[in-house]
Design a protein around this ligand. Structure first.
Ligand code: UDP
Length: 187
């Protein structure tokens, strides 16, 4: 997939949602939503997190920046829809692990996904409030032992990206940070 650097932030230019999803499975990518805010006001930390991983255009600002660089054939992919597209396309052949939000919201999220995608294999889930390093390590160990194909972490940025990088070092999978998407999904 093509990519361009916008203000030092590397952004990939998928021609379709499936282009990005297929790429992510082929490369065990950690997907990071990039919008104008993250490009224009990128801190060193944001920039390096995105550049180590796969930034995709989540907003019109990122799309316009890529078009200015001559990339014409590309689509905007809202992160809050991408995770459901990944599930819709792969709930029959992949396994999932979900982390983030409150106990109530994550439990409701799992329940709603099981209704919407019958037979979906969610091999583990937990809330996003890690109490200490031991708790954090236990979560990373659990993911390494359950070996999910896809891990969604909804804890806000950059907390979720830093945690997903640690997880990715132990167990290669597709990772996507979701911010508040579980709250939105359960409404
Ligand atoms: N959250 C969490 N652990 C924390 C802090 C926040 O799981 O230590 C959750 C919180 O419950 C909410 C989401 O992260 O579901 C916050 O998302 P926010 O909208 O702040 O993220 P953004 O979309 O702005 O990145």
């Amino acid at each position: 997939m093509r990519s361009e650097s916008l203000n030092g932030v590397k952004v990939f230019a998928p021609v379709s949602r499936n282009d990005l999803i297929d790429f992510a499975f082929a490369n065990h990518s950690l997907l990071v939503a990039v919008n104008a805010e993250k490009i224009l006001h990128a801190t060193e930390q944001t920039r390096s997190i995105i550049n180590r991983n796969v930034g995709y255009p989540d907003g019109i600002g990122a799309i316009m920046g890529l078009k200015k660089k001559g990339l014409e054939d590309l689509v905007k992919i809202p992160g809050c829809e991408l995770w459901l597209d990944i599930i819709r396309g792969h709930y029959r052949d992949k396994t999932f692990y979900l982390v983030g939000a409150s106990d109530e919201v994550i439990a409701q999220t799992v329940k709603k996904l099981q209704l919407e995608f019958p037979g979906i294999r969610i091999v583990g889930y937990r809330n996003g409030y890690l109490v200490d390093d031991l708790d954090r390590q236990a979560l990373i160990d659990d993911i390494a032992s359950k070996k999910p194909n896809v891990v969604f972490v909804a804890m806000g940025s950059p907390r979720q990206e830093l945690l997903m990088e640690e997880m990715q070092n132990r167990h290669a999978a597709v990772y996507q940070g979701l911010g508040g998407s579980f709250d939105v999904y359960t409404g």
